[in-house]
Structure formats: C-alpha cells, structure tokens
Design a binder for this molecule. Structure first.
Ligand code: PLP
Ligand code: ZN
Length: 579
C-alpha cells in the first residue's frame, strides 16, 4: 500500500557503520560499509521526526509488528505477505510468580506467531525487505526455527530458499522446512560449520545470505518485541493503582499520552544461541529511550544451555571475546551456536554501559524441569529452547539477583515441535489393552479395563494445612516438578482419617491449625503402628519455641519454614523420602 495520510514518508533510513561511523543510505543489498568494508552496519532513523508523529500513527493501527513500520527497514507496507506476525500476547505468570515470590512476571508468548516461534518476526521483516529489493533466491543456515519461519514467508513471497541445517536438528523440524518447498541441505557437522558451508554456497552462487546479527532487517525485526512489550505493560498498568495514568484521560496532554503509551520492564529474559534476539530487542528499548518514550533501558538476561554457553563463560571471566565452543554438548540443538562472534561483544558493551544485565547458563535437566513447571503451572507448553529462559529466571530469582518487585518479561520464544521422548520419560501414559473377550462384551470389558486405571503409578502425598492457598501452592510446586498423586486435608481430624485409610507415602504437615493442631496429628500418627512409618515433613509459618522443637524431635523428617519449601532442597527431600 502506498503512503497515505496515516503514514509518513519512511525515508530517510540509514545504515551506520559500527567501525568507521560512516552513514550510508540504507538498502537491503548493502552488506558492507562502502568506506571501510565492515560487515557491521546498524540501521538509524530520523528519530525526532518519528517521535513527533508516533502517537497519532499508532492510534487505530492493528496490534501487529507493522504498526511500527516507520522504525523498520522497509519502504512500503506489503499487505500480500501478512500472516499475523507480531502482536503476541503478554501474559502475567500468576502461578510461577507465586512460586518464585515475584508477582510481576510476564510471558511474551511468541509461540503464537505464524510458525510458532519469535523468528517469525525476523522472517516477516526480512522477506518483506528482500521482496521489495527484488531478491528472488536466499540462503540461510539454521538450527531449525529460523529455517521454518523463513520457509513460510519465502513460500508466500515466491522467493526460493536454501536452508542449510545441521544434522542434529530434530527430524520433525527438518520435515516442516521441507514441506514449504525449501531446498533442505543437511550438513553432518556442528552448526558453526554448517554456517560456513552455507556462506560458501551463497558466495559461489552470488545469492543473498541471511547473516543474523549482521543483517539489518533481522536485527530491526526483533526490536518490535521491545516496542510491543512496552505498549502492553503500559496497558496493563502494573504500577497503576491510583497513579496518574488512571486519571481522566481527556485532561492528559498529547505529551502525557505519548509517554503513557510505553512502560519499560526491569528485565528482559531470553534463551540465547547466536544472540540476535537480545541484540535487536535491546536496540528497540534503546530507541524508545532515545525518543524519551521510556525512562530506562531494561537489563537483559541472556540464558544459554550449559553445554553450549560461550557467552556465559566469557561473561563470568569478564572477557569481551567469547571462546567458541567447538562441540556443543546439549540436547537443545536450537541453541547450539558455538561461536557468537561480535554479537557477544556488542551485548556485553551494552550491559556494561549502564543498562545492566547478565548471562547465565542452565543444564538441560533444569530446562526440562522448567518445561514441566511452565506447562503444569501456567498451561503453557514450550520447546526446550524456550524453557531455557524460564530455567534461567528461576535460577536468578533464587540466587537473589532479581528483586521481588521487579517487572520481568520472559520471551517464550517458541514451540515448533512435539515433545521429544527424552523429556517425558517412559511413564507418561496409562495403557489399556483390550483382550478379545473384553471386546466381545464391550460393557464389562471396558469397565474391567478402566478399573485398572488408577493413580497408583505415582507416590501419594498428603498435604495437611488449614489454608487453601497454602495447600494449593504445595500441590502446584510438587506437581510441577514431578509426578505425585496429591491428597489434601484441611484439618487435623481429616488428616488422621485419610492417613489411616490411604497410608500415603509422605505427609506434609502444617503445625498451626485450629482444634487438632499439627503436634497432635503427629502424635496420633506416630502412635498408630500402621501410620507410624510414614515420613512427615513439617511446614510452619511461625518460629518454634525450644519446647515445641523438642516435641517434634525424632518424629519428623524435616522442618521447613514456609517460603523455604519452594527450594530445591524440599524436592530433593521429598524424592529421597519417597524412594
Ligand atoms: C525457540 C528459540 N529460542 C531461542 C533462540 C535463540 O535465539 P537468538 O538467535 O536470539 O540467540 C532460538 C534460536 O533459533 C529459538 O528458536
Ligand atoms: Zn565503515
């Protein structure tokens, strides 16, 4: 569509050289600085002009990434390619927040893009820019999701795509790429080597190569996450209760309306491979800050898989260059960039220059555990790469680096494939096999088979607490991190009845309850030879007196203060006691 009254002429856009400072006119085909041949160019815009028009431009535009088109490297808004890219929901993580003691955790749900990962933004903007420039054939290397996203948009745009994939990419992802008609080249080697093969192929054939952090449209596309998040947080109005923003909007000046439109989080979390996402997202935050639309630039937390964490290593050793990891050791192939090159240096510079941030790594097991937590607590199923960001959040909150009142946004970066067997283990389903005779008498056969479907596969835990909230929290924490069959009792009398009847594998007991308190429940259970062997974990909100402690002595397995029971130790203890 051509510019109309609701568009401003999108030129001029610039490509600024990060090495010599030369400012060139932007073009998608400009790969190197015309003066010093550097490959590191950064897009620049006429910010003051855009700022003065932005509020009126945004009003009435649909909530997708093209609403920020004046800040994207395209000339015209090409409607024929649109598939609903960007504009993903920002969801408050109530239960995860409750578990971690941080009420302001928000999930940017990038699974909801057209191909189910945040790479849709990169593909949508890049393909639009390339189409505009008349490019008809493109080469890329990918750990899976970039190839899937590009394949979809390239198919739509009629651009021929070559995707070089490391052979470690799960077969499901490779087939998805092929379905779109992309030319798939499987390279039996690491992702870093695969990139080199793709680069050489593009060079030999003179084809456009997607170069990640060095491709202007790719970096620019990721900015839109920052723009959207700040608009969405302002809308949610986290700090609102009674603040200016809820006052009569007709009294607000144009300036206040512009400012009120954006609110920056304190932290942006993302799982990191090559680092394109954080590079682009932080540029987005910095642009908003430059235009005085937000009052600070958020800290970035880049989380890597332990088996391929060159940025984390360098960060912890305070080096500005990352030592490449030659052979990544992680199941999470999506995050297997061994050599982040200059992207790490750029991210580190930004983090050190005031806005803050950190790099952290998590093990594959921690990521898989975070997958369970997120699915069971928030109803959000993600692929392992996305779970890495959440595992990092859990780790950094527990380490004390993140304060309880901070506003945290986690990029829920994707879910482009089914759950792999390694994540669920073997006992994830109940089996019913009907014999011939059972099939002959369907009614009885079915009833017989169904009666075998019990919950006896998992250990039984009885949670005794008079407050529903506390019971629910313990239930969630246990269920999110393992498979337990949980029973609840809201008072001491009921607890004793259930314990006698069901003989659970473990009792988690509150002490302060009206009528029959935890001490009496414990005495009763321990006096009965049937229930005496059941291990008991006592959870209490109050400081115990010496006398009370003596009453518990020898009777219980552990004593935990409330709040503490979210720690790994409790889960380790539960597992140890049950086994
Ligand atoms: C689901 C998912 N999360 C995170 C990442 C890491 O992205 P980045 O390129 O920003 O390091 C990727 C990269 O492909 C991904 O597909
Ligand atoms: Zn230059």
């Amino acid at each position: 569509m051509l510019n109309n009254f609701n568009e401003i002429s999108i030129d001029p856009k610039f490509a600024n050289c990060l090495d010599c400072g030369h400012q060139a006119k932007y073009s998608p085909t400009l790969a190197i600085c015309p003066v010093c041949s550097s490959q590191w160019l950064e897009a620049g815009y006429d910010y003051s002009r855009i700022r003065s028009r932005l509020p009126s431009l945004l009003v009435g535009r649909p909530f997708n990434l093209w609403r920020y088109r004046e800040l994207l490297p395209i000339k015209e808004h090409n409607h024929s390619l649109l598939m609903g890219e960007g504009g993903t929901p920002l969801i408050r993580a109530h239960n995860l927040g409750m578990m971690l003691g941080c009420p302001n955790i928000f999930i940017k749900d990038e699974r909801q893009g057209p191909t189910a990962s945040f790479k849709d933004r990169q593909a949508a903007v890049s393909i639009a820019a390339l189409k505009e420039a008349g490019i008809i054939e493109v080469v890329l290397a990918s750990t899976g999701n970039v190839a899937i996203a590009y394949s979809a948009y390239a198919a739509r745009a009629g651009i021929r795509l070559w995707a070089f994939l490391t052979s470690l990419v799960p077969a499901e992802k490779m087939r998805e790429v092929a379905l779109y008609g992309t030319q798939v080249v499987k390279v039996t080697s690491s992702y870093d080597q695969t990139k080199k093969v793709a680069e050489e192929f593009a060079h030999q054939r003179g084809l456009y190569l997607e170069r990640g952090s060095r491709s202007i449209p790719s970096v620019e596309a990721m900015k839109t996450i920052a723009f959207e998040v700040c608009e969405q947080l302002a809308e949610i109005d986290i700090h609102s209760e009674g603040s200016q923003q809820s006052s009569n909007s007709s009294e607000l000046t144009n300036e206040a309306m512009v400012r009120g439109r954006f609110l920056a989080p304190d932290w942006y979390f993302q799982a990191v491979s090559g680092g394109l996402g954080p590079l682009g997202v932080s540029k987005g935050f910095r642009e908003l800050h430059k235009m005085a639309l937000i009052d600070h630039v958020p800290a970035i937390a880049g989380i890597q898989a332990e088996g391929c964490s060159p940025m984390v290593q360098a960060w912890k050793e305070d080096r500005d260059t990352a030592q490449p990891v030659a052979s990544p050791r992680t199941h999470i192939t999506t995050l297997s960039t061994g050599d982040p090159g200059r992207t790490y240096k750029l991210l580190r510079q930004q983090m050190k220059s005031g806005s803050g941030g950190t790099f952290e790594s998590v093990s594959d097991e921690e990521a898989f555990r975070a997958m369970h937590i997120l699915a069971k607590m928030e109803g959000i199923s993600v692929e392992p790469a996305a779970a890495v960001a959440f595992a990092g959040l859990i780790k950094l909150v527990r380490s004390g680096m993140i304060g309880s009142n901070e506003v945290i946004v986690v990029n829920c970066s994707g879910h482009t494939m089914p759950i792999e067997p390694v994540i669920l283990g073997e006992r994830w389903a109940r089996n019913i096999t009907l014999s011939a005779s059972e099939v002959d008498t369907p009614q009885e056969g079915l009833l017989g088979a169904l009666s075998k479907v019990t919950d006896d596969r998992f250990p039984h835990v009885l949670v005794v607490d008079d407050t529903e909230e506390a019971r629910r929290l313990i239930r969630r924490v246990l269920q999110a991190q393992g498979n337990y069959s949980i029973m609840e009792a809201e008072n001491g009398r009921l607890a004793i009845d259930i314990a006698r009847r069901e003989l659970p594998d473990l009792v988690i007991l509150d002490l302060m309850m009206p009528e029959l308190d935890g001490f009496e429940v414990l005495d009763t259970l321990k006096a009965d030879p049937n229930t005496a062997p059941i291990p008991v974990i006592v959870v209490t909100a109050k400081e115990l007196t010496q006398d009370e402690k003596r009453r518990l002595d020898g009777q219980i397995s552990i004593l935990m203060q409330r709040g503490e029971f979210l720690s790994d130790e409790l889960l380790e203890e539960v597992k140890a006691l049950i086994e």
